[in-house]
Design a protein around this ligand. Structure first.
Ligand code: ADP
Ligand code: ZN
Ligand code: ZN
Length: 720
């Protein structure tokens, strides 16, 4: 008999420990089992399995408790390898989450601990049997068809030989068997040629391959040829018989990256991102597990794929906030990547034109091996023009498109070159305010102003997605005077461009035009094949795109991000501007950028327009030091949410009283209501992250407090 200790899938956080069960068969660590827990049947994850000669009664007596047998083992083989098991335990510690939530985050939906809805999709196949059977000529033809192909989908055979397929099976000439479905994801092969490396690219590659360091921070300006470096390093790892993981921020930039990677590595490539269906993700996961896929391009969760021999991990745009998961466990992909690189003794290349301050500070202190590329492959940086909007509006110019931008757009249209326009806000009007009381219309579930969208004619909340008609009566004061529109988004920008340049062909790309599957890809393909002159959209068009015919980038409300109150707001505004400027003039033709801003003198704006990371870094580090923000300190944000504000507040106050140690507690702060939940937050801030973690864990494990609606974010990306 075997004694199993299992983590049980359970929403109650205080039950984050293993429970003991008995089993007649051996079930290795990392397999799922079905168990009865209390009155319920739940899924467990095996932590350990120990063989014993004792009887059930003897064990119960020794442990002094009643034990149950598991109902059944779900997986024949472990889903979680030893390496991933260790990583899950590490994540549990560092993110202060439950073990089961960590396992869950690592697995595709089809095999998550509690997934009963997602059935594995099976397909029926046929192959020839050894039996000797006499066949009619037509049956023989069908039989030979299967023999030639080895095995054939039963549905395909039925289509080809509708009258023979079934009889061949009943005659036992063919065997019918089931196999997990594959092949749902079709990767379009690119055709890009392999360029000769520049001297700088070669130098960077040599520096990485000849070093024994694990983590490299590659700061390279946009267009410096970083992607080619990844591809060459990947080639080398594959030649050594090892696997490669290329992490990218979000789906928006994957199509171009996928094409570039697939043209080199073809069939051995798997892709993994949130745009795939559960079935597609599962198939890609199996391909990695079976070693069919040796190169993976994927977003955050791809870092947990079951590789067993990694030779390289690349994290492109390492500063991107999508690498941080914002639900429990709030892990950062970089930490998981670092763990895996150390485990596999392979290099981890963190790359960006604008590394996070945390990473760059580590680079300067030689914790990471820092490599800098300050030149573009084509040796030319775009010319940047700043339009101070306060002045241009005072001169009577449009508050959407300044005269300068208008002029530059018509120039480029005339030359048949392409234009990218960035406005980081979607919808038509940003908000509607009552003409009588000046209150904005807010989402009934959140405390936020709703935007008005022209394509649906409805108000929309960008936080919870709630939509509604514009009311006749003001919900705040009851007046029927109507509403005035303030602010504008991409829909209105599109409308404005259509009016100014009626002949221009325009594509809009934002969350509203890309909600359908593959729509990103379609828009980008269409722009790449010059079916449009202007691509306009939100931050999703600022990143990673590489179109050689784009010679003008216009940035509207470029410093919008500075209006946020977050400690990282200058950094995010700077990143976005740098990235946007990086889209212009990447080919042979010289590029230009027109940037409309309200704070032309802010250091984030100035340094971005000079493409000068170092100066930004120096200024921003001074600000972070003065406020004692990361990277000078660490933070843990703890949020309590409840439908009743006073409950959330009371629990936050209790929590704060318990937090004693060599760190600061900041709060309690009431945050905006979201999804009908009131939220109260306490922040711990200090130099010793482990000490702060320990304090929070003690609170959680004391058993004195309900942990419902508790959200813990270690090293939060945002605070607003
Ligand atoms: P980054 O990722 O640093 O922004 P990319 O890798 O996208 O830069 O390279 C910018 C452009 O330069 C791309 O169009 C790419 O095809 C091209 N490129 C990269 N390396 C070379 C090279 N060695 N020779 C010629 N063109 C190159
Ligand atoms: Zn009103
Ligand atoms: Zn809402």
């Amino acid at each position: 008999m075997y004694i199993l200790s299992c983590w049980i899938e359970h929403p109650v956080r205080s039950l984050d420990r293993t429970f003991t069960y008995l089993s007649n068969t051996e079930v290795p660590r990392g397999c799922r089992v079905q168990v009865v827990f209390g009155m319920k049947t739940l899924t467990g994850f095996v932590d350990s399995c120990i063989a014993t000669d004792e009887t059930a009664e003897e064990i119960e007596q020794r442990l002094n408790m009643k034990l149950r047998f598991i109902d059944q083992a779900i997986d024949p083989q472990p889903l979680i390898t030893d390496e991933l098991y260790e990583l899950a335990m590490r994540m549990r510690e560092t993110t202060l989450s439950t073990a089961i939530s960590c396992f869950s985050a690592m697995l595709p939906a089809k095999v998550k601990p509690g997934s009963t809805k997602h059935r594995i999709v099976m397909e029926r196949w046929v192959s020839v049997s050894e039996n000797e059977v006499s066949l009619t000529p037509k049956q023989l033809e069908a039989y030979m068809y299967v023999r030639e192909h080895g095995s054939v989908l039963y549905s395909e055979l039925r289509k080809k030989y509708p009258n023979q397929a079934r009889s061949l099976i009943s005659l036992n000439a063919l065997n019918l068997f089931e196999k997990e479905k594959t092949g749902s994801v079709v990767i379009s092969a690119g055709t890009s040629a392999k360029p000769e490396l520049s001297a700088l690219q070669q130098k960077v590659i040599d520096e990485i391959t000849q070093s024994d360091d694990t983590v490299f921070l590659l700061r390279g300006v946009t267009g410096s040829g970083k992607t080619e470096i990844y591809l060459r390093l990947a080639e080398k790892a594959l030649d050594e018989g090892r696997q490669v993981l290329i992490l990218v921020p979000e789906i928006a930039l994957t199509p171009q990256m996928i094409e570039r990677v697939s043209s080199r590595f073809g069939a051995t490539l798997a892709i993994y991102h949130s745009g795939l269906s559960a079935q597609e993700k599962y198939e890609q996961y199996r391909m990695v597990m079976n070693q069919e896929a040796r190169v993976v391009v994927g977003t955050r969760s791809a870092v947990f794929l079951p590789f067993d021999n990694l030779g390289l991990i690349v994290m492109d745009e390492e500063h991107d906030t999508s690498y941080k998961q914002d639900s429990q466990p709030c892990y950062h992909c970089r930490d998981a990547a670092l763990f895996r690189a150390q485990y596999h003794h392979c290099p981890l290349v963190l790359a960006s034109a604008t590394p996070t301050l945390e990473s760059y500070a580590r680079g300067l202190k030689n914790v990471y091996h820092l490599i800098v590329m300050n030149e573009r492959i084509n040796q030319s940086m775009p010319v940047v023009h700043i339009v101070p909007m306060k002045e241009s509006i005072r001169r009577g110019e449009s508050y959407i498109i300044s005269d300068l931008l208008k002029e530059k757009i018509s120039e480029r249209l005339e030359k048949k070159e392409q234009i990218i326009l960035l406005l980081n806000r979607r919808g038509y009007h940003a908000r509607l305010k009552c003409r009588s009381c000046q209150e904005a219309i807010r989402c009934p579930h959140c405390d936020l102003a709703m935007s008005w969208h022209r394509d649906t004619g409805l108000l929309k909340c960008h936080t919870c997605g709630h939509e509604m008609k514009v009311m006749k009566v003001c919900p705040s004061c009851g007046s029927t005077a109507g509403f005035t529109a303030y602010g504008f988004g991409t829909e209105k920008l599109e409308h404005e461009i259509e009016t100014l340049f009626p002949k221009a062909r325009i594509l809009r790309m934002d969350a509203d035009t890309t909600s359908r599957k593959n729509s990103h890809e379609r828009i980008l393909k269409s722009f790449a094949s010059k079916e449009a002159d202007i691509l306009l959209g939100t931050q999703m068009i600022a990143k990673g795109l590489d179109f050689e015919n784009v010679t003008l980038v216009g940035i509207i409300n470029g410093d919008d991000g500075l209006a946020r109150t977050d400690f990282r707001s200058a950094e995010t505004a700077f990143d976005l501007l740098m990235q946007a400027c990086g889209r212009s003039g990447r080919g042979e033709k010289e590029g230009e950028v027109v940037c409309q801003v309200f704070n032309p003198d802010h250091y984030a704006v100035r340094s971005a327009l000079n493409q000068d990371y170092e100066t930004f870094f120096a200024n921003e580090m001074r600000f972070r030091h003065a406020g004692q923000y990361p990277p000078y300190t660490y933070m843990i944000a703890v949020t309590f949410s409840d439908v009743k504000e006073e409950n959330a507040m009371q629990r936050a106050l209790q929590f704060m009283q318990r937090m004693k140690g060599n760190f600061k507690t900041i709060g309690v702060i009431s945050l905006l209501k979201i999804h009908d939940l009131c939220r109260c937050r306490v922040i711990l801030k200090g130099k010793d992250l482990d000490e702060m973690r320990k304090a929070v864990r003690e609170y959680m494990e004391s058993g004195e407090f309900s942990l419902k609606g508790l959200r813990i974010d270690v090293n939060p990306m945002y605070l607003d």
